[in-house]
Design a protein around this ligand. Structure first.
Ligand SMILES: [Mn+2]
Length: 484
């Protein structure tokens, strides 16, 4: 019987909200997913893109997280088949990607077609190729091609041949599930039905299945607050003449998302917060109030209350301050502006950051003139790199910059030496780890004890048994390096 696991959108290295802990959460989720595959003794694992969060930039901690987890699969004799997502790849520009780097270290099989007077779909030769045969199963892979997706897919489809069991994996969205860039009509994929048994997708951060044929598992940790609560996980698939599948969902970081009318007083807010229970959650609090209330209640006071009630990892507060008689007019203006900003930001695949921009505007426009607010926001979005509110966008902008730099480097032959350099860092890392094992074990035990004492729940004990020391160590190290 054929068994495999299909996952996507891992986003390793995402320091969400500027939090190192969140980056650890993403690695932890990846470890959990691969451990599951190892326990089930699957024949192979598919990663349908966005293993990493940043395109070209890489740091040693993130690379270690990827390598360590992939090594677990390798040790268990489970091949990992991957394609590059929009966060991993450099579109059409064929530079050496971090997925290629992992393939070069025998940790993944990175499938993508090549192009010479049209598309070339060749077998994986240990270094490159578009398909691979594993125990009678043929797996074709296609990386993210953005606006070129439909064109590339049409050409690719013509080269696909039916095997005993055939999988087509790609980092592409299907229209109608989420309003993001890089989606195509489902009909384009349904056309593959006569030659393909399983379409393994990634890109859209929520799970869906179309006709027991097209499968998308969604992200394995919460990349954006809007994803929290969506059905997401990894697919565990069995085939024995008949296809059986299951979406396996893991509990990731808790998010608490609340709205409150602050005109009703701080004690009511306290009550509302106390009615929620979670372990070190990310808290998103949306507060509505009059201008008078906003003036009399400082954000610090609200933060204090949240901290006391929930012991949160991150607190994000959104203020919706009533603007009295101008409201209907501003409401229209807001909607128009929002759609303009959304369209603008869509090209970064972060359309919904428009909410954040408008929130900023509403906060500042109460005390500054509207044009200076516009200029400020423009500056924050497209020039400044330090503002927390533009963090998600910043990642994209930085990635674009880094990509351009990579292009320059590869043109002057610098890329390979830069990559070799990173490899050395990793080597050093693994040696350092051997030396600090004892220390780490102690730190881990202490941490475990601390957690158990705090909550005393079976649910938490389960989490305590996971090997998280690896990421803690990496985290501690990075903190030191950053202080300098
Ligand atoms: Mn993604």
């Amino acid at each position: 019987m054929l068994k495999f696991v299909h996952m996507a959108d891992i986003h390793l290295g995402y320091r969400q909200y500027g939090s190192e802990e969140r980056a650890i959460d993403f690695a932890q989720a990846f470890l959990r997913a691969v451990n599951f595959a190892v326990e089930r003794k699957v024949d192979f694992i598919i990663i349908a893109g966005d293993l990493f969060h940043k395109k070209s930039e890489m740091d040693p901690v993130t690379l270690t997280q990827a390598s360590k987890v992939l090594e677990k699969a390798k040790k268990a004799g489970i091949p990992v088949i991957a394609v590059e997502g929009n966060h991993d790849s450099t579109y059409f520009r064929e530079t050496y990607s971090w997925m290629d780097y992992l393939a070069g270290h025998d940790l993944v099989i990175n499938l993508k077609p090549s192009f010479e007077d049209g598309i070339v779909v060749e077998e994986w030769d240990g270094q490159s190729g578009a398909y691979v045969d594993i125990e009678g199963v043929r797996i074709y892979g296609m990386k993210y091609y953005g606006s070129m997706t439909e064109k590339v897919l049409d050409e690719y489809a013509a080269k696909i041949k039916k095997s005993e069991f055939t999988i087509f994996t790609a980092h592409v969205g299907v229209e109608g599930y989420m309003n993001i860039y890089g989606c195509i009509p489902a009909s384009k994929l349904h056309k593959l039905k006569s030659r393909v048994d399983y379409v393994a997708l990634g890109h859209i951060h929520k799970s869906f299945v179309e006709g027991d044929f097209i499968f998308n598992p969604g992200s394995i940790e919460t990349c954006e607050v809007s994803e929290y609560g969506l059905k997401r996980g990894i697919f565990y698939v069995e085939y024995d003449g008949e296809l059986k599948y299951e979406l396996v969902q893991f509990k990731g970081r808790d998010f608490i998302i609340l709205s409150y009318n602050l005109d009703e007083g701080l004690s009511g807010l306290k009550k509302l917060l106390a009615s929620n229970r979670a372990v070190k959650p990310v808290v998103h609090l949306s507060l509505t109030c009059s201008r008078e209330t906003r003036k009399s209640v400082g954000e610090e006071a609200v933060r204090e209350i949240v901290k006391e009630s929930l012991d949160p990892l991150v607190v994000r507060i959104q203020w919706n301050v009533a603007t009295d008689i101008f409201r209907p007019v501003l409401g229209d203006r807001e909607n128009i502006e929002k759609s303009v900003i959304e369209q603008l930001l869509q090209s970064y695949s972060y359309g919904n950051i428009a909410e954040e921009v408008l929130r900023l505007k509403s906060i500042f426009s109460s005390s500054f003139d509207i044009h200076s607010v516009d200029r400020f926001i423009e500056h924050v979005l497209f020039e400044s790199r330090t503002n927390e509110a533009s963090e998600e966008l910043e990642v994209e902008v930085e990635a674009e910059k880094a990509e351009k730099m990579m292009m320059k480097c590869s043109a002057s032959g610098l890329t390979s030496s830069a990559c070799a350099g990173s490899g050395d860092v990793f080597e050093l890392d693994s040696k350092a780890e051997e030396r600090t094992t004892l220390q780490d074990a102690t730190a881990f035990d202490m941490q475990k004890a601390g957690r158990a004492e705090k909550t005393g729940k079976a649910e938490i004990d389960e989490e305590g048994d996971e090997e998280i020391w690896d990421w803690r160590r990496a985290y501690d190290k990075r903190s030191k390096a950053r202080k300098r």
